[in-house]
Write a protein that binds this ligand. Sequence first.
Ligand code: KG4
Ligand code: ZN
Length: 351
Amino acid sequence: MVGQAEQCVLGIESSCDETGVALVRTQGAGVPALLAHALHSQIDMHQPYGGVVPELASRDHIRRVLPLTDAVLAEAGATLAEVDVVAYTRGPGLAGALLVGAGVAAALACALGKPVLGVHHLEGHLLSPFLSSDPPQFPFVALLVSGGHTQLMRVDGVGRYTLLGETIDDAAGEAFDKSAKLLGLGYPGGPALARLAEFGDPTAYALPRPLLHSGNLDFSFAGLKTAVLTQARKIEGAPCEQPRADLAASTQAAIVEVLVKKSLKALDATGLARLVVAGGVGANRLLREQLDAACARRGVRVHYPELHLCTDNGAMIALAAAMRLQAGLEQPRRDYAFDVKPRWPLDAIGG
Ligand code: KG4
Ligand code: ZN
């Protein structure tokens, strides 16, 4: 922020299947305070199709974003006139869905005569643990595990991100979602697979742990999906649920083992003793348990976002905008020409 005056940032998230709006207020050089946030999930709408239908997602964002904005302002006891900056998710994500948030943000800002700021969705996830009761300190290693991305980053400060490794094919969330589909589970697959896995034996199926010993920090989950497909075909028509639960548990165990071991390797490679986990898969209970146990043994602190801020939300977008402003990294625009970046690497945004 130019100077350290308090500023209210309204954030709008619309990159995929959740419309999120939030209001944060900067507090000097400290972590900005979350004043209110509201979310509408499109899960029920997309469920009959077994996945996100982009056109339906865009139309629903249009319907939801202004009522959610009203709800956030009411909850915060604030008015639009008190908003100093309007932030939106500029990418990555679905182009049509992103355009809704970008268009509404630019229009609102223009009407208010306030600046507008586009934010990187993954930076939002990455910084979301700062809103938790146990916020991290820089520097740290971040494990970003969402539906579209699986990355290990070295984070030295706001905007100072170095990519250490990433998936060469499917993301971890995608591996959960695709495996869930093969097991006949609904969308979104991650939580459904995790629920079924509770009843299964994680050692029942020997599934591959791709690139576990590759010597680098990259991931690959496409082979796992093929192995799950092979096993799922064998148990089709089984007289009881147990084989499906066992396969779900074995799949989850394979994904989690790779994520945990690669995170530990990233900590070794950087010499850092702090890990931040962010993105939807960060809500996975087994992943949290195994990371907590492995990191405790090594004296490494692990930080997570609050569970309800693991998946997409507006709070992380308002927060990322506020933290970038605080760090002096942004000149919010007043020309109201907006664009979106459906594909946008995080380490390209710099500081
Ligand atoms: O970060 P996110 O909400 O959206 C993207 O930016 O992609 O992540 C969504 C992903 C989906 O793949 C979903 O299945 C997965 O996170 N996910 C989970 C769990 N909750 C959400 N995966 C495993 N276990 C969970 N509990
Ligand atoms: Zn996300």
